[in-house]
Design a protein around this ligand. Structure first.
Ligand SMILES: N[C@@H](Cc1ccc(O)cc1)C(=O)O
Length: 449
């Protein structure tokens, strides 16, 4: 890796140039690039010693950085991993996972090194990714990045919103069912199933009832209207907060739910048992090693390991900047382990025909099963903790680009975030009601109705 650092350093402007990059705004220095502005305007950021220790209330320790990065990186892709493995075959799936993860860590690592080289020598303030684009490539790269970043982050936020709606809606219905609300189900919605598993619907069914969840058990509990709007009063005040440390801590807290999720999924694996046959192609549990449809996995992983437009925003708040590269590698390693555990684990233990595994794995789980309910609640909590940190990053990048200040004040922030939240909720209502639109959306794992 040392050669890489030197190579990166060689490609970046000389230190003396760096000094000039941080002068007053909009002058063009002898380095041939525009000087970096201080886009933050955040006067209380005090950075102290030469070991790049960020010692202020906006900083967070390595554990918080690693856990929030891990939680945020996984986003929504987690639920599609079993399906993606089934598309690639086992051996090829493992290889594609490792290669894609390696590429993502390496490129994210280069970004970290570049931002370290461009850090303001006086204030020790690391630049935003967009600023790096402008200074290393040019104005056009800055605007291209702002556009791409906004599209990616906004799309991710829309998917999170839809997933939260889906998860909360199903979880509340399940709780109602367990609390005895089954008596209220209209009889025509209930089908008796004879077997342990519902092969026809590809549903891992462990109770004697199946219910069509498209109509709610609870009057007024409407997936297309009430539930999407419910999140606005919850998120609006949170998204107005100024400090990154709050969002990072919330994200790190969400990572704890991943541990719980993995334990519950492990219990499911034990219940299902080993359902893999590597030799008999006629067996419904046959697991091939290589499949031609592997681009489904590599394509999905392109998004699943992508967080590069947020790397500098998160790591510049890491208290000990010397730990950045180590923390980045640990976080990516945790993501690789989680994807393998969920993706490969479900693939090998899934008790039905492997082709039954759905793009959104939640659709394979019944709503009237305790473990499935626990999985849904944990995934919901995870999404609730990821949403604010991704929204924070979108907010910082948009404001830094448009008004040259990451936090232009409470009132401006409040207005813009209110508009964005309402437009998301409206968009969500439209998307949930028009399924074909969902299927066109680039992020493939939007749950269908
Ligand atoms: N990688 C995330 C999405 C994401 C993309 C870019 C980011 O900066 C943050 C999150 C996912 O798989 O859902």
């Amino acid at each position: 890796m040392n050669t890489d650092i030197n190579e990166t350093a060689r490609l970046l402007p000389e230190n003396s140039c760096n000094q000039q990059l941080y002068g007053s705004s909009k002058q063009t220095g002898p380095c041939g690039v525009d000087n970096l502005r201080n886009t933050d305007g955040d006067q209380d950021a005090k950075i102290v010693n030469s070991n790049y220790q960020v010692e202020d209330e906006t900083s967070q320790n390595s554990a918080v950085t690693i856990f929030s990065f891990w939680n945020m990186l996984m986003g929504t892709s987690l639920l599609s991993m079993p399906w993606a493995f089934q598309q690639a075959g086992m051996a090829q799936g493992i290889i594609v996972q490792v290669v894609m993860c390696g590429l993502a860590v390496y490129t994210a690592y280069l970004l970290l090194i570049a931002s370290e080289k461009l850090t303001d020598p006086v204030t020790k303030k690391a630049p935003e990714y967009t600023e790096m684009c402008r200074n290393l490539v040019g104005r056009w790269a800055e605007w291209l990045n702002i556009l791409a970043s906004t599209v990616i982050l906004a799309s991710a936020l829309i998917v999170y919103w839809i997933l939260m709606v889906e998860l909360l809606y199903n979880a509340v219905n399940s709780v109602y069912y367990f609390a005895g609300g089954l008596n209220n189900i209209h009889h025509s919605n209930v089908t008796n199933l004879t077997g342990e598993f519902d092969n026809e619907r590809c549903m891992v069914q462990e109770k004697t009832f199946s219910y069509d969840p498209s109509s709610s058990l609870i009057p007024g509990w409407n997936k297309n209207l009430t539930v999407p709007l419910l999140f606005i009063p919850i998120f609006l005040p949170i998204l107005l907060l100024k400090k990154m440390s709050f969002f990072a801590k919330l994200g790190a807290l969400g990572a704890l739910s991943v541990f719980a999720l993995m334990s519950i999924v492990f219990v499911k694996y034990v219940q299902w048992g080993w359902n893999a046959d590597f030799a008999n192609t006629k067996n419904k549990h046959y697991i091939p090693q290589i499949l031609g449809s592997f681009p489904s996995l590599s394509g999905l992983l392109g998004m699943a390991y992508f967080i590069h437009n947020s790397v500098t925003t998160i790591f510049k708040h890491n208290r000990n900047q010397g730990n950045n590269v180590r923390d980045l590698k640990i976080a990516y390693m945790l993501v690789l382990i989680t994807y393998m555990f969920i993706g490969l684990g479900v693939y090998l233990t899934f008790p039905l025909q492997k082709s039954c595994i759905k793009q959104n794995f939640l659709e394979n789980l019944p709503w009237n099963d305790y473990l499935s309910l626990a999985v849904q609640v944990l995934l919901f909590l995870r999404m609730v903790t990821v949403y604010p940190i991704v929204a924070y990053i979108l907010r910082v990048q948009i404001f830094a680009a448009l008004v040259g200040n990451e936090y232009p004040g409470y009132v401006k922030c409040k207005k813009s975030i209110a508009y964005i939240s309402i437009s998301f909720a409206v968009r969500d209502v439209i998307v949930v009601q028009t399924k074909p639109l969902c299927e066109l959306t680039a992020l493939s794992n939007i749950p269908s109705k």
